[in-house]
Design a protein around this ligand. Structure first.
Ligand code: MLT
Length: 331
């Protein structure tokens, strides 16, 4: 009896000692997360990245048993927010949900306070979102051909809104101006959420933004839509022609999004987050809401650290020669 009690008494400190020497990842697997997690959106609230993040964070939080709080840090095309996460403690409690800007930033910005190529542990891809060319509702153009003619006539007399150099709305604006062969005056915002407010108010003339931000405003008639930047029309906006149908073939772009933790976050923590992301992307309500906003979650096997890393690095490699050839940098 005494021997058994002694063994039991020794076993507890021995287990505690062993736990103290266990790798951080192994501890995390058992305990993570023990408190709320913050997901940083590197653009203003109310925009497309914010919308996607809030939908995903709510379901992920339920699976993780802890709330996921969304924080918006907009500015400098998403690099201010990305820097904040890259420099955060790598413990899984401060994450970044960012988009195609993760592929363009390393080439567009030559002076950054963080490592834009290796400074993150990808958790998984989230979605790929189509874009729409839209304008203030009283713009004097009834279709894309008339809009192109107006851009050619007015040039810098028209204001094109975007979310900073490297933002999706900026890239789409570059494609549009290149396709039309005319420059407009560009107006940067901290995100297309506030840019949309000004477009609806008529302060700016045009924008190209993701369907996750534009769909409801198009349906409500608050802005005028000219085309969607995908090869096929969207079931959510069936009357909207594709860019090819409307007269700008080749002007196709979708905006990929992924979730990241800071570099050095233990693999077990990243994997736990990835499993929660996969659960979120299977959630029926989330899938339905995404569909209503013109998008869909990625396939489950793409919501993994490996798939996200491969896609991110390939996108960096894809954009580098394009940006270097254009010789246009953000700094
Ligand atoms: C946003 O969330 O504001 C957008 O994703 C910005 C953009 O990239 O156009």
């Amino acid at each position: 009896m005494l021997r058994r009690r002694l063994l039991a008494a020794l076993a507890v400190p021995a287990m505690a000692a062993l736990a103290a020497f266990a790798p951080l990842g192994a501890q995390a697997q058992n305990t993570f997360p023990t408190r709320s997690i913050t997901v940083l959106v590197p653009f203003a609230a109310g925009g497309p990245t914010d919308t996607v993040t809030r939908l995903v964070a709510e379901v992920m939080g339920r699976d993780l048993g802890q709330p996921m709080v969304v924080e918006n840090v907009g500015g400098a095309g998403g690099t201010l927010g990305a820097a904040r996460v890259a420099q955060a403690k790598p413990d899984g409690y401060y994450l970044l949900l960012h988009h195609i800007g993760m592929g363009t930033t390393p080439s567009l910005y030559r002076r950054l306070s963080y490592d834009a190529v290796n400074g993150f542990e990808p958790v998984g891809l989230v979605t790929e979102v189509p874009m729409t060319i839209i304008a203030r509702k009283d713009i004097p153009a009834n279709n894309l051909q008339e809009l192109v003619a107006l851009i050619r006539k007015e040039g810098t007399g028209l204001n094109y809104a975007h979310a900073g150099v490297g933002a999706a709305s900026h890239l789409c604006g570059l494609l549009l101006q290149t396709a039309v062969g005319t420059q407009m005056t560009t107006v940067p915002y901290r995100g297309t959420g506030p840019a949309m407010t000004d477009l609806i108010g008529g302060t700016v003339d045009l924008m190209c933004d993701q369907t996750t931000n534009t769909t409801e405003h198009i349906r409500a008639g608050a802005v005028r839509a000219f085309a969607v930047t995908t090869p096929q029309r969207l079931p959510s906006l069936p009357d909207l022609p594709t860019t090819a149908e409307a007269g700008l073939p080749g002007m196709e772009v979708t905006v990929w999004h992924a979730l990241y933790a800071p570099k050095g976050t233990p693999a077990d923590v990243v994997n736990r987050l990835s499993r929660a992301l996969q659960v979120a992307l299977r959630d029926e309500k989330l899938v339905a809401r995404f569909a209503d906003l013109g998008t869909a979650p990625v396939a489950q096997e793409r919501a993994t650290p490996e798939a996200a890393r491969a896609f991110w690095q390939a996108d960096i490699a894809k954009w580098r020669p394009i940006i270097e050839a254009a010789g246009q940098y953000a700094d």
